[in-house]
Ligand binder design. Structure first.
Ligand code: NAI
Length: 511
């Protein structure tokens, strides 16, 4: 099915407005009978593998829109830190701390502070090739985060200055300087379904839309339309409380529409997501709940809208998918992973209720599946499990400064045991906000791209790099590996920019 671009601004072909590139992908294609991952002699390999070549035309609209970012959970720790952090960068602010004067930066953001290996240049002095690295943000035309227009919803009516004080993430001297600007930002009344989040959140809920499902979706659509009228394009990002899973999943569109019209109790996230889909704006899910029911993905497909998620992969899980790349990639059998977290922010408070914790546990639980599948020597049938558990505790004293303690035990040569422990202490929101910026910027870019004449989506799976439990357009094919996620994202950006991919063989250095 051909998909229309969700951005009216780029309708109409004007070749001056597009970057066009062609990419030939070469895949090694094994016979269907090939036993995946079982050791095999080179001779039998040659009879079962062929090379498949496919050509892709990639088209990127160069016009950068004025972008409106609407956060669900604007007044939360992530929401408030997102707003204040971007303002501080936009105004190039400095502030005093006990460690000296600090300046605003975008460290931790892949697009703003990351670089990619783009190729080589010849150094005539040393007579050898040297590496060329390019900033990610220079590969293709991307929105500058300092130009975001930001608004959003929260069940708490506190203004953004009050929210920043409540979050206890940013330094007082910075907040004092931003006080006027932050006080002028107030969250819009929110869609609220208290049964789906922890009961301990009820005392925050003083800013909610009352009404039926249809009335709430209509109001959210009006909010989105108002934002649209002030800019070129809008992205909605859920960074509100983790909801409990909704089961059974909504599997058909008929059921979805019936549940909406008959006013069944639906999670707030489903209402926001439907409003975004109906307004054809990208909806990103930063929390673990299963907002993207089969029917929702289908609805997005039908409307030509875009979605991506779920659950920011910001700290412990990101590290876990790097550790498993390192261990299993080295031929070491990772056998147990035990993760303890404690945190004292409102997210931790919400997760202290079991129904919400279970969503987090599911989302954190599947991250090693593709690593296990990648190696049948270490994980043969019947021995294809890693003992993996995740424990989370709410400890108010530590505030947003989350502690993550992980133990990785592996079987090594001759069944020796190698145990590695890691201890990570960090303000959770300072890890999450750069990811939020990246997924908005890259997500928006992907809505301006076409491959062989079709838009990407409805699921923007290249954003998997930023999510703990990525959903894709092919639900059976999910990559969690940090290395593979980064490689596919970087390579896609590079080929779209017209750069040849690195083979990585280093053959150029042979002579
Ligand atoms: P938070 O609890 O400080 O903020 C959530 C905000 O959402 C609160 O202000 C709350 O009032 C608001 N809210 C609740 N229900 C709402 C609704 N229906 N509509 C609008 N607003 C609503 O939490 P924090 O720390 O900002 O995290 C946000 C989400 O991001 C959580 O679900 C968390 O699990 C997820 N997350 C955070 C990570 C991180 O901070 N490193 C990593 C992975 C996920």
């Amino acid at each position: 099915q051909k998909r229309e671009m969700a951005n009216e601004q780029i309708d109409g072909d004007n070749s001056g407005h597009f970057i066009r590139s062609q990419y030939q992908e070469k895949l090694a294609l094994f016979d269907q009978e090939f036993m995946n991952g079982q050791s095999t002699s080179n001779l039998s390999m040659s009879s079962t593998v062929t090379q498949q070549t496919k050509t892709f035309e990639i088209e990127t609209d160069k016009r950068i829109p004025k972008l409106g970012v609407m956060l669900v959970g604007l007044g939360g720790n992530n929401g408030a830190t997102f707003v204040a952090g971007i303002l501080a960068n936009k105004l190039k602010m400095d502030w005093e701390t006990k460690n000296g004067t600090m300046s605003a930066n975008f460290f931790g953001s892949f697009t703003q502070s990351g670089t990619v290996h783009a190729g080589y240049k010849f150094n005539s002095k040393s007579n050898i090739l040297e590496d060329v690295h390019l900033p990610v943000k220079d590969l293709l035309p991307m929105v500058d985060p300092c130009q975001f227009m930001i608004s959003g919803w929260d069940i708490s009516q506190a203004n953004l200055y009050e929210s920043c004080l409540r979050a206890k993430v940013l330094e007082p001297d910075l907040l004092k300087q931003l006080k006027g600007e932050l006080e002028s930002i107030k969250p819009l009344p929110a869609a609220f379904r208290g049964d789906f989040i922890a009961s301990n959140q009820a005392d925050r809920a003083d800013n909610v839309i009352n009404g039926t499902n249809i009335e709430i979706i209509t109001k959210l659509r009006e909010d989105i339309r108002l934002m649209k009228s002030q800019c070129d394009k809008v992205v909605v990002l859920w960074t509100a409380n983790t909801e409990m899973y909704m089961l059974p999943e909504i599997d058909t569109m008929d059921k979805l529409h019936m549940m909406v019209s008959k006013n069944h109790e639906l999670p707030a996230s489903v209402l926001y997501c439907m409003a975004a889909i109906e307004e054809r704006v990208l909806y990103l899910n930063g929390s673990p709940q299963n907002t993207f029911h089969k029917a929702i993905v289908e609805y997005a497909r039908q409307k030509g809208s875009f979605i991506a998620g779920s659950d920011f992969k910001s700290g412990q899980t990101r590290y876990k998918t790097i550790m498993s790349d390192f261990l299993i990639g080295s031929g070491i059998r990772l056998s147990s992973v035990v993760s303890y977290n404690h945190l004292g922010n409102n997210d931790g408070k919400n997760l202290s209720e079991d129904k919400c914790f279970q969503s987090k546990k599911i989302s954190k639980g599947g991250v090693l599946d593709d690593a296990i599948k990648s190696n049948k020597i270490l994980y043969p049938e019947g021995k294809d499990k890693i003992d993996h558990d995740v424990i989370i505790r709410y400890i108010p004293f530590v505030g947003d400064s989350k502690r993550a303690i992980d133990e990785y035990s592996s079987q090594i040569f001759m069944n020796g045991i190698n145990t590695i422990m890691s201890y990570n202490m960090c303000e959770d929101s300072l890890l999450a906000v750069p990811l939020m910026i990246d997924m908005v910027i890259l997500g928006e870019l992907f809505t301006r791209m076409r491959v062989n004449g079709e838009g990407l989506g409805p699921v923007l799976s290249y954003l998997s790099f930023f999510f703990k439990a990525p959903i894709t357009n092919h639900s059976d094919y999910v990559i969690n590996s940090y290395t593979r996620q980064r490689e596919s994202l970087v390579n896609f950006l590079k080929v779209a920019a017209g750069l040849p991919l690195d083979s990585g063989t280093m053959m150029a250095f042979k002579y």
